[in-house]
Design a protein around this ligand. Structure first.
Ligand code: ZN
Length: 166
């Protein structure tokens, strides 16, 4: 396994709309593995292919503390969303910053696995937030574009009023 370099905000790669992944080959399997490894090493809960410089519709998400909940999503699409949640969000491509973002509380997402097999998944709460965040990356969108407000350095370390709502 290998980790890849994470592209940071300011790089145009993060602003591009990614293309569909058509080939389900060894190259894809290696990319998915590297993306998971890169995400875990950086202590993130999600990573999208453009964040490692690949403009394809591919993302990984794992919101579990023990790394047992890995979702590998190829060509993901949100097909249903409901409810709302307001809370803090950060991004491995936007180091040292956090903001308050409102997202759906529940999503149904369809995607393909590493073999091209169609999968449907329902997620809620923090996992729904992570999925929405990663899928935005595939369309060149960052959370900083849609945040309600940016947190101060003190707030990043401590409590924010928005935490009480979730
Ligand atoms: Zn991100």
């Amino acid at each position: 396994m290998a980790t890849r370099k994470i592209v940071k905000i300011g790089d145009e790669t993060l602003r591009k709309v990614c293309r569909k992944q058509e080939k389900f080959d060894l190259r894809l399997a290696i990319l998915l593995k590297d993306m998971a490894e890169t995400m875990y090493k950086a202590e993130g809960v999600g990573l999208a292919a453009p964040q490692v410089g690949i403009l394809r519709r591919i993302a990984v998400v794992d919101v579990t503390a023990d790394h047992t909940g890995l979702r590998e999503m190829v060509n993901p699409e949100i097909i249903e969303s409901s409810g709302s949640q307001t809370g803090r969000e950060g991004c491995l491509s936007v180091p040292g910053r956090q903001g308050v973002v409102t997202r759906p509380n529940h999503v149904r997402v369809k995607f393909q696995d590493r073999h091209g097999k169609p999968v449907e998944l329902e997620a809620e709460g923090f996992e729904a937030r992570a999925i929405c965040h990663e899928l935005d990356h595939l369309d060149g969108k960052l959370y900083v574009d849609m945040m309600d407000r940016e947190l101060t350095e003190e707030e990043i370390e401590g409590h924010i009023p928005e935490d009480d709502q979730t």
